[in-house]
Design a protein around this ligand. Structure first.
Ligand SMILES: *Cc1c(COP(=O)(O)O)cnc(C)c1O
Length: 359
């Protein structure tokens, strides 16, 4: 069991419907064309025109002074944490946060900062939970210097943090002298689902980033934004970690293309997620968390079948999903899965689950 990508397997048919992750998108022909035509320079020297254009556009979109282009979302989180925190510091984040569960222990390993896991439904926590986790300012307690939220929450089921909660969390953190960070891997999914502009969602957060490989369809790249002083300091970490690139404009061009062509269409993924959820909810023994965005989480415990067994059976019929716990499966909608693909997936998953009940 676990989160291992669907490897090509000669014993299995090719994947027809890839719901494994919204990172599974392939750059479209038009995106590749934009990449080949990109004006390029030297990212490390700060002279790549396409990277500069992307960073300027992202700073404006996110309502921040400046932005920096990095190879991945994980590097955005870790560069931000390295910039905000010092060894011995403590970060407050949800128990399921990507920084705590999915980055190889990087806050501990790279910054020397620990993550204090907070509880709450849907990957979110409230102000009372946050303040209850505050430690006294003594020489005994680790200094708490950063509060991090994830918009949307991945393991929280793609849930969207409401604006008033984001605001209250940021105000509480700042009043306590802490900085605030938003992991916006799927920020544009939240923007499209809620209708709240990105700069409003990110207001109150000292750093925020967007991933271009999650449903936006770019082959790589993420942009971290914040104040000019924050981004200057982040640039030193980009350099130290080897994240300074050369003709990176070829990749920035894909991200610019995605901003122009792949944001509004996220609404289709959300619609397809609802369609998939409705279909899966009809399967006896399967319960489905109502999707808010493009992620659909299903619970197989009512069938008695572990999620990885269901996933393996579906994979044999050309449908890939991932598993996030013994009885928890995840299906991600993205631009390479259309309505027809969703219907195929419902049929395959339904047959795979019901065979078990009959057995
Ligand atoms: C995928 C993801 C990341 C990491 O992004 P990569 O580009 O894969 O490094 C961080 N946070 C969340 C919530 C994610 O889903």
């Amino acid at each position: 069991m676990g989160y291992a990508p669907p490897l090509p397997d000669p014993k299995l048919p090719p994947v027809r419907v890839n719901l494994y992750s919204d990172t599974q998108t392939k750059p479209t022909a038009a995106m590749r064309k934009a990449m080949t035509e990109a004006e390029v320079g030297d990212d490390q020297a700060g002279t790549d025109p396409s990277v500069r254009a992307l960073c300027e556009r992202m700073a404006a979109l996110l309502g921040k002074e400046a932005a920096v282009f990095l190879p991945s979302g994980t590097m955005c989180n870790e560069v931000a944490i390295l910039t905000h925190c010092r060894p011995g510091d403590e970060i407050l984040a949800h128990r399921t946060a990507h920084i705590a569960t999915s980055e190889g222990g990087a806050p501990w390993a790279l910054t020397g900062a620990s993550v204090l896991p907070l509880e709450g439904r849907g990957g979110k926590f409230d102000v009372a939970t946050l303040t209850a986790a505050f430690r006294p300012h003594t020489r005994y307690a680790p200094p708490q210097t950063l509060v991090a939220v994830e918009q949307t929450s991945n393991l929280g089921g793609g849930a969207v943090w409401p604006l008033d909660l984001l605001k209250a969390i940021a105000e509480t953190a700042h009043a306590a002298g802490m900085a605030t960070h938003m992991d916006g891997a799927r920020l544009m999914n939240a923007v499209v689902a809620s209708g709240v502009p990105a700069h409003e969602v990110a207001a109150g957060y000292d750093s925020v980033w967007l991933d271009f490989t999650k449903g936006l369809g770019a082959p790589l790249g993420a942009v971290l934004a914040g104040s000019s002083a924050f981004i200057d300091a982040a640039w030193r970490w980009k350099q130290r970690l080897g994240g300074s690139m050369r003709q990176a404009g070829i990749c920035a061009a894909a991200c610019l293309y995605a901003l122009d062509h792949h944001v509004e269409r996220l609404a289709e993924d959300h619609e397809n997620a609802r369609l998939l959820a409705r279909g899966l909810a009809q399967i006896p023994g399967i319960t489905v968390e109502t999707p808010e965005t493009n992620l659909v989480f299903l619970d197989t415990s009512g069938t008695g079948m572990p999620a990885d067994v269901l996933a393996a059976r579906a994979r044999r019929e050309g449908v890939a999903i991932s598993t996030m716990g013994k009885f928890r499966g995840r299906a991600c909608l993205h631009l390479d899965v259309d309505r027809e693909g969703v219907e195929v997936a419902i049929g395959v998953l339904s047959a795979a689950a019901q065979r078990e009940l009959a057995a």
